[in-house]
Design a protein around this ligand. Structure first.
Ligand code: MGD
Ligand code: MGD
Ligand code: SF4
Ligand code: MO
Length: 689
């Protein structure tokens, strides 16, 4: 690079827009265009390293496909509109719904991809303007069971320890997490801990790239976590390896657990793991001085998701592995801001900082701060239930930066549901599979074009900084909400910066109060809870007491239950779904990064060699998969990474989508759909060419 060229370059430190690790990076800017990404070495999170998605996260920013102007559907076609026209229509249609059907007639679906300030503002708008708690975010189909389960067990629904704290552990037990592909820069810490001598156990029905790192890899039958964990706990208690001092001092409910696990002394018939192996890993976990549990969607995306999470909570408390360095229970939260969207109150039963809408004092506080009366006290309809209620309870919907047609279970059902709405608004940066069904599309600015904050999986609040202007008439999502709020006549919605919105939130949120924009200038930023501006922040939770009212952790006796739909004669295979390192969800962004698209341009289905042989399927053959809900074509990848009777598809490919097949059955406690387990059939269509 010549000196003159380098002189015109600007480096803007910001946070990666993809996964919940929250890596810092520098956007390289020339003449108001992002031209590349350079490492941001000062942040302790990723120490200058990036995964393939982070390194290419700038490529979609200036894509010619970006939405640049509001669009209104007229006679089945989208036509360009001014902001006034589009927002007047949105305001009047939503008011019409609310006048006719009341607060239950509207549904707000909030993104986990967008900054805290924007999530906060949309839930505030919904609650202030329409007195509705029908506000939810896509944690519902991600780590909703973590929020529910860890709250029940520990009194707080967040990860207990930081990524770097893995370097203090002696043993890492991973279950249902493929961090090497899904959280690569957190996986780097796992590798570092392993190199320092920590033992690594990976339990997963699939031999994943993460499993390859393990000292012990444990294959269990899909969705049998509770049977396996109960067996482990039975043997720990039987051999007296549990931490009685911790149990007595800091927990309740132990007898309930002890009694329940007695039926699981040998549950190999359910989980498929030989008894000797169960004992070996149980004792390794119990004997380690400091052992940490890492889990992810293999645990949560099931109709038993909340119980699965609580079961891991049981195991950690049983061995006293909570509340200090090197231990804990850590859900690797998915999206860049899934922690934040929940923290900001884009949730049907809480305001920001998990202050309950049912609590009169919390409502009163918000009413005074926002200058309104009668904020709703009821539990709103969740994300997944809102889709099921389209046309019935829900008449109008606002979908903010989500792509449900690709990412929610049972695509045909999602499309049919959206079609039943009187009015649908979609706010995105691209024309997505979902936006096609909208009445109005509002063009947002992407992460590189606005200020704000993302809260990572370790509760670290990281700054997002504007590097370039948005394309055409597109606007920062917070500006759009601010304009819409004013159209709806809301007081105090004349925001002029993201920081103003953050401060508006901070004032009413004790756990965030101490985190100012000024403090977030430091590359390491701050972990919440942080109640005062002098408070250093809290990287490790539950040190002295749990977050519950009595300060105790709770054991639960949990029985194994089958998934809602299991393989049978008609649909003899179990379909598991998940991720690939090169793509992110519905690929609206990663599909527009040349190298990522080059690496994996289309989806495939993994099948075990014995099953493939029986069905006459060879590597690369085109295959047809069917479930009770739909069918989809893909290509076979024959591999013994997957067990007999099980198939695996990535969720990323809208044109061959795993969610054509998946089941909408819900976990009763968290309303998580069973995205990771359903019955399917597979047959060959044509041979590979
Ligand atoms: N590259 C990439 N990274 C991402 C994302 C992305 O789209 N792409 N998304 C982000 C988000 S939002 C999230 S939530 C995280 C998710 O991160 P992960 O949960 O780690 O990723 P998944 O691949 O969905 O699921 C992990 C593994 O669960 C296993 N599994 C374990 N037990 C079971 C079981 O009983 N049944 C089934 N069916 N599977 C089981 C599967 O083998 C699968 O490999 O990743 C984040 N990071
Ligand atoms: N079968 C199956 N299904 C799954 C999963 C699975 O494992 N298996 N995982 C589930 C999980 S964990 C998750 S988190 C969900 C993810 O589901 P989604 O959140 O629906 O997936 P994304 O593709 O990330 O959609 C985000 C949308 O926001 C847009 N966007 C990005 N940034 C901005 C912005 O700044 N402003 C605006 N206005 N728009 C923006 C993108 O273009 C994209 O269309 O999928 C779930 N679905
Ligand atoms: S690990 Fe996650 S946050 Fe870090 S660069 Fe990759 S996608 Fe971005
Ligand atoms: Mo997620």
């Amino acid at each position: 690079m010549s000196t003159t060229e380098s002189e015109t370059l600007k480096y803007v430190p910001t946070t990666c827009p993809y996964c919940g690790v929250g890596c810092g990076l520098n956007l390289v800017v020339k003449d108001d265009k992002v031209v590349g990404v350079e490492p941001y070495k000062r942040t302790p999170v990723n120490q200058g390293k990036l995964c393939p998605k982070g390194a290419t996260c700038w490529e979609h920013v200036h894509s010619p496909d970006r939405l640049t102007t509001p669009l209104i559907k007229k006679d089945g076609k989208f036509v360009e509109a001014s902001w006034d026209e589009a927002l007047d229509l949105v305001a009047s249609k939503m008011k019409e719904t609310s006048d006719k059907y009341g607060p239950h007639g509207l549904g707000f679906q909030v993104s986990c991809r967008t900054p805290n300030e924007e999530c906060y503002l949309l839930q505030k708008l919904a609650r202030m303007a329409f007195k509705t708690n029908n506000v939810d975010n896509c944690a519902r189909i991600c780590h909703g069971p973590s929020v529910a389960g860890l709250s029940l067990s520990f009194g707080s629904g967040a990860a207990t320890n930081s990524f770097a704290d893995l370097l203090n552990t002696d043993l890492i037990f991973m279950m249902g997490s493929n961090a090497v592909e899904a959280h690569p820069l957190a996986a780097r810490r796992i590798v570092q801990a392993h190199q320092k001598g920590a033992k690594l156990i990976v339990a997963d029905p699939r031999y994943t790239p993460t499993a390859r790192l393990a000292d012990t890899y444990l294959r269990y039958n899909p969705s049998t976590h509770i049977a396996l964990l109960n067996s482990m706990m039975y043997w720990i208690i039987k051999e007296g390896k549990h931490d009685t001092a911790f149990i007595e001092k800091r927990t309740k409910g132990f007898e309930d657990l002890k009694k329940t696990v007695e039926n699981y002394a040998d549950a190999e018939a359910i989980h498929g793991v030989p008894l000797e192996t169960v004992k070996k890993i149980a004792f390794e976990y119990a004997d380690a001085k400091n052992a940490v549990i890492i889990y992810c969607l293999g645990i949560t995306e099931q109709t038993t998701g909340t119980d699965n999470v609580r079961s891991l909570g049981n195991l950690a408390m049983l061995c006293g592995n909570i509340g200090r360095e090197g231990v804990g229970v850590n859900p690797y939260r998915g999206q860049n801001n899934v922690q934040g969207a929940c923290d900001m109150g884009a949730y049907p039963n809480v305001f920001s900082g998990y202050q309950k809408v049912a609590d009169p004092a919390a409502r009163k506080k918000m009413e005074e701060a926002w200058g309104v009366t009668d904020l709703p006290d009821w539990y709103g309809t969740t994300l997944t239930e809102q889709i099921n209620a389209c046309g019935d309870e829900i008449k109008s919907m606002f979908i903010f930066a989500l792509n449900p047609v690709v990412t929610y279970p049972n695509t045909n059902h999602v499309i049919e549901s959206l079609k039943k709405l009187d009015f649908l608004v979609v706010q995105d940066i691209f024309m997505t599979e979902t936006a096609q069904y909208a009445d109005v599309i509002l063009p947002g600015a992407c992460f590189a074009e606005k200020d704000g904050t993302f809260t990572s999986a370790e509760r670290r609040v990281n700054r997002v900084r504007k590097a370039v202007p948005p394309p055409g008439d597109a606007k920062a999502d917070w500006e759009i909400f601010s304009m819409l709020g004013q159209k709806l006549g809301l007081k105090g919605f004349e925001f002029t910066s993201a920081e103003e919105i953050w401060d508006d939130m901070r004032k009413v949120t004790p756990s965030m109060f101490g985190i100012t924009y000024e403090r977030m200038e430091k590359p390491e930023s701050v972990h919440w809870p942080c109640p005062t501006v002098e408070h250093p922040g809290t990287p490790i939770l539950h040190k002295e007491r749990f977050g519950s009212e009595d300060g105790l952790g709770t054991f639960f006796g949990l029985e194994y239950r089958q998934p809602a739909e299991v393989a049978d004669a008609e649909y003899p295979f179990t379909l598991m779904t998940g991720r690939l390192i090169f793509h992110y969800h519905s690929r609206s962004q990663t599909g527009r990064a040349a190298v990522l698209d080059y690496e994996v341009p289309e989806g495939y289905v993994q099948i075990n060699p014995e099953d493939a042989k029986e069905l006459g399927i060879a590597n690369g053959d085109k295959v047809l998969l069917k479930s009770r809900r739909g069918e989809v074509e893909s290509h076979a990848r024959v591999t013994d990474e997957i067990g007999k009777g099980v198939l695996y598809m990535a969720m990323h490919f809208g044109n061959a989508s795993a969610n054509m097949l998946t089941n909408t059955a819900l976990d009763p406690l968290s309303k998580m759909p069973e995205l990771k387990h359903c019955g399917v059939s597979i047959q060959k269509v044509t041979e590979a060419n």
